[in-house]
Each structure stands twice: as C-alpha cells, then as structure tokens.
Design a protein around this ligand. Structure first.
Ligand SMILES: [Zn+2]
Ligand SMILES: [Zn+2]
Length: 269
C-alpha cells in the first residue's frame, strides 16, 4: 500500500509554517510515496490576496525537479468558501494545471468557524446553515473532494462541546452524502483531529460507513499539516480505519483525473 498524504499546507498558505521544499523533505523522510500540497485559496477576507498560484507552481516545479524519483508530488489547492465567488475560483482553477482540488467550508454566516463562541450559538441552526453551505459547494461542482466534512466538531471540542453529526443529524447527513455521491465527488478523511485532544478524524468511522452504504467509494486521506513535522502523521491509523469501514481503495488524482490505489497491504516499513 502506498503511503500518501493529500492535504498539506506550505508557506504558500497564510497559516503554513514551512517552505514547500521542507514539506517535501519531511515527506521523503517519512517514507511517503505521494503527497499533494493543498495550499489555501480562501475566498473573501484577507487570506484571498495572500494566495499566489504562480509562486505555488514555481515551488512545485522546483521540488518536483529535485525529488521526482523519490516521491510523487501533486499540486493541489484547498479552495475555501468557493460559493462566495464561483467565477473567480473557476478562472484560477482553469488557468493553472492543478492535480487535485479540495473544497472546504470554513465560514458560516460570514464568520470563520474557528472564532465562533459555540456556547452562545444555536447549534441546530448553525449546523443547518453549515449543511446548506456544503450542499451549495456540491452544486458549485468544480472540485474533486470535500474537505473535513464535520469541521465544526474541531472548534466545538476546543470549547468543551461535542458534535457527532452521525448521531445528532443522521437524516441531514444521509441527504448530504447522497448528494455528494450523485455529484460523483470524493470525501476526505482528515486525520488532523488525531493530533489534538479531540482524538477523532473528520469525519469519523460512522460517517465513513454511511458514505460506503450510500455507494460512496472515492475517499482521500490527509494530515492537514501546517508544518513539516506534521506531514504524514496518523496516516497509517487513518488508513486502518478506512479499511475497517469496508473500503478497498483510496483515491489519488493527477491533472484532476482519479486514480484508485489498492489498500491491500497492512504492513508499513
Ligand atoms: Zn480546511
Ligand atoms: Zn487545510
């Protein structure tokens, strides 16, 4: 089984700490065979102007020239809140040779999910708005895979609150996964939560089982590393859980074309 990490941020993201070069070196040291660097192209707010795809692709080319015999380096992007300016997003995605596009919803009601005070929020209403936002992203359609489906869980956990969308919103979740499946998109397993006190993947196993039951087979895995030390962390654990849910393959992408990798082998070295 190929070890891969399909969600990594370099310093081409405003919150990324390390250079593209350092990210790749770290991935090689950890025996990853394929990585996809997915810097933030966040629509709306100060982060939008930070994103410079020309610089990103220069970094990618330089690293690829140097390390292509040791590792596959895919050029990705994490498009945040694409429905705010779909035409602008389409223009950037058309203009550059991306391998993979991850779409994420980071804002609800014009406010970053990371900075909300969840004790003051009506969680049912917030989640309804969040799910509506995800449906809108699926309708937007110019992406390959949906990032960290139950992201509010991460920020609620920091404030001592628990969110389990499988248990609390099963019908809405089912509807959402059916929509994603009909649109022929993938679902990301984001293992960054395993590095925190929350100790859970986004989404976790019950949601992955529901995805499988809906007929969903496209699944990617990513650490969501924002520094080189976190590249590839908990990927093995994530792969074990994906396998336990019945999946036999994991999705990789080249020039936006899907390529499945088998999950047969359980031994890593
Ligand atoms: Zn994200
Ligand atoms: Zn990310």
């Amino acid at each position: 089984m190929k070890l891969l990490d399909y969600h990594i941020h370099s310093d081409n993201s405003p919150d990324g700490k390390d250079s593209f070069h350092k990210i790749v070196e770290s991935a090689i040291l950890r025996n990853l065979e394929e990585i996809c660097v997915t810097d933030h192209y966040e629509i709306g707010g100060a982060w939008e102007s930070f994103y410079n795809p020309t610089r990103f692709f220069q970094d990618h080319l330089r690293a690829d020239n140097m390390f292509h015999e040791l590792i596959n380096i895919r050029a990705g992007v994490e498009v945040g809140n694409p429905c705010t300016a779909p035409d602008k997003v389409n223009e950037v995605l058309d203009a550059f040779p991306y391998d993979f596009v991850l779409a994420s919803l980071h804002d609800v009601g014009g406010c970053d999910l990371a900075v909300k005070d969840y004790k003051k929020e009506n969680i049912d209403e917030l989640l309804k708005e969040y799910f509506d936002g995800i449906h809108a992203i699926i309708d937007f359609g110019n992406f390959d895979c949906l990032g960290h489906l139950d992201l509010p869980k991460r920020y609620m956990a920091r404030q001592g609150l628990e969110l389990d969308i499988y248990k609390q919103y099963p019908l809405e979740l089912n509807e959402l996964l059916m929509h994603l499946k009909e649109a022929d998109k993938g679902l990301e397993v984001n293992v960054s939560g395993l590095r925190t006190d929350m100790g859970k993947m986004m989404p976790d196993m019950n949601v992955l089982r529901m995805w499988y039951a809906c007929g969903g087979r496209k699944i990617t895995i990513g650490s969501d590393a924002h520094k080189s030390d976190d590249v590839g962390k908990f990927i093995e654990e994530g792969i074990d859980m994906i396998r336990e849910c019945g999946f036999t393959h994991i999705a990789t992408y080249e020039k936006r074309k899907l390529k499945y990798q088998p999950l047969e082998y359980t031994v890593y070295d």
